[in-house]
Design a protein around this ligand. Structure first.
Ligand code: TNX
Length: 514
């Protein structure tokens, strides 16, 4: 009896509060500072946008106009005489991605010292809009001062094991940008498929992009350079940098199937059809290997303006190098201790090549083996017991990206929403290495490896966990239950929006927090 009474009261109060615009504020990632006030501002066809008159600001204005139209059906005025929304560059808003968003009963002002900040302010504004067409577009009176805790907030997609159409990736960029993820790491080459057109080496895609499955069917696909450029541009418009990854010297079977002369055995091999780590790797003893990768990277660098290039470097068994006379000769000539030293020599040479073109090398944490140059950025994935790669990299002076806690291919009961939300990216301040090297921790990234993921099930693995990571990296919330419960409440506000975008998100791994 009491229960149903309470439920009845709750029903009435929900009805009342839903009439005020601030009832359903559920911004993710949670802004650093937010103060709600009384009242609202209503967007309508007489609302216009004032913005700086430069190319990027004009793009941001048209992005906002499109978003408002898609979400509410309202076409904002484009007359220069109407007002309501102001985007302004203001150097007093400190921080590369910081912004201030003020909604008063008279209008909306977004201020930032950079275009990036303005764009994130627009993304927050979108989260304040009502969902239904036809509903009055009330924005709650609110003052937000916001900036990210971590500069690197990434998502990685392995398109090697399974191929994903460009349209799928674009949809992910739309969603990721909505949650202020700023980096898309495109894992473009694998044992099971080379996915980027390289004009100088056409067999990489005529041979290396295709595999013959056990049932005899042909599986594969690749992106032309024009398509890759299209994606880079699509990402740029959404404040996302695309970092390409070209795997070397391991995970190279598809490349070696295309050009067997680059392997140590020189024997033809097929593009891999099973998962795992393969012994056939690029032959470090052959100078043509360096020529090949330099040529490949030359083309990669014309497509991707990112200042960082990921070269993989993970999971490289050295058996072939042990059995290869030219590799052993190189090792001795260079005075290297062992094959790990040879790998380090290889990576450093590639790093020097990239540096000569103004680019910084990023690699998985195996690049530490045999010694890494401190200017390399280390993406740390081996974080389980017995591994100490993050601390090793920090102590060596490298900047790091933390990925190991966010493997989206893991089922949601092994990597729960709460695990992702509460991951301590900055490490414990009691740990002297983490404490001393905090500035080297760039942020985090969630990889989706695709042995078991494909375009049909990927969204159920990416979402909603990616929203938890977005908040963990942007807001760096307290790791307590109250913060998680608050996140979970806001997540419930996000689901209808995700539904409206037709996102096939997965189930949460826990009962909804009441
Ligand atoms: C390890 S993490 C890999 C990938 C696999 C993944 C499977 C890393 C740098 N390498 O090649 O897909 O495990 O979860």
């Amino acid at each position: 009896m009491f229960k149903s009474l309470a439920a009845g009261c709750l029903g009435v109060s929900i009805l009342l509060t839903s009439l005020t615009a601030s009832a359903a504020i559920g911004i993710i990632p949670k802004p650093q500072h937010m103060q709600t006030g009384e009242g609202s501002y209503t967007l309508d066809a007489d609302t216009g946008i004032d913005a700086p008159n430069d190319a990027r600001a004009r793009e941001i204005v048209s992005f906002l106009r499109d978003a408002v139209r898609d979400q509410t059906g309202i076409r904002l005025s484009d007359s220069p005489h109407t007002h309501g929304i102001v985007l302004a560059i203001d150097p007093s808003v400190k921080g590369d991605e910081a912004y201030r968003l003020s909604v008063t009963s008279r209008g909306v002002i977004i201020q930032a010292s950079t275009d990036k900040g303005l764009f994130w302010g627009v993304q927050t504004l979108r989260q304040l809009l009502p969902l239904q067409h036809g509903a009055p577009a009330l924005l709650p009176v609110v003052q937000i001062d916001d900036a990210p805790a971590f500069a690197y907030r990434g998502f990685m997609l392995d398109v090697g094991r399974h191929f994903y159409p460009l349209s799928f990736i674009k949809q992910q960029l739309d969603l990721l940008s909505y949650y202020k993820i700023n980096t898309f790491h495109w894992h473009l080459t694998e044992d099971q498929g080379w996915r980027l057109q390289i004009k100088r080496y056409p067999k990489l895609t005529s041979v290396g992009a295709w595999r013959t499955e056990a049932d005899g069917s042909r599986y594969g696909g690749f992106y032309t350079q024009a398509e890759a450029r299209e994606l880079v541009e699509y990402a740029r418009q959404r404040n996302i940098t695309v970092i390409p990854e070209i795997e070397m010297p391991g995970h190279a079977v598809a490349a070696l199937a295309s050009y067997p002369e680059l392997s140590c055995t020189k024997k033809p091999i097929p593009v891999a059809t099973t998962w795992g780590v393969f012994k056939d790797i690029s032959c470090v003893g052959d100078p043509n290997t360096f020529v090949f990768f330099e040529h490949v990277l030359d083309e990669v660098m014309t497509i991707f303006p990112s200042p960082w290039i990921h070269i993989g470097g993970d999971e490289t068994p050295k058996d072939r190098w042990k059995d290869c006379a030219s590799c052993q000769a190189l090792m001795h000539a260079q005075g290297l201790q062992d094959e790990d030293g040879l790998q380090s020599y290889f990576i450093r040479k590639i790093q020097a090549y990239l540096a000569s073109k103004g680019k910084t090398l990023v690699g998985w944490d195996e690049i530490l083996e045999g010694g890494a140059d401190k200017n390399a950025i280390v993406e740390v994935w081996r974080m389980w017991e017995g591994h100490d790669e993050a601390r090793k990299a920090l102590a060596n002076g490298n900047r790091i990206i933390v990925a190991g806690s966010f493997y989206l291919d893991a089922p949601s009961d092994r990597l729960t929403l709460k695990n992702v939300y509460q991951a301590n990216i900055a490490g414990s301040s009691d740990d002297p290495i983490y404490a001393a090297h905090r500035a080297q921790i760039l942020g985090g990234e969630a990889p989706l490896w695709s042995e078991r993921a494909n375009p049909f099930n990927a969204e159920s693995k990416i979402y909603p966990r990616m929203l938890a990571l977005a908040e963990s990296l942007w807001t760096n919330p307290a790791h307590d239950d109250a913060s998680f419960a608050d996140f979970d409440r806001r997540l419930q506000v996000q689901y209808p929006w995700l539904d409206a975008q037709h996102v096939a998100y997965g189930a949460e791994d826990h009962a909804v927090v009441q």
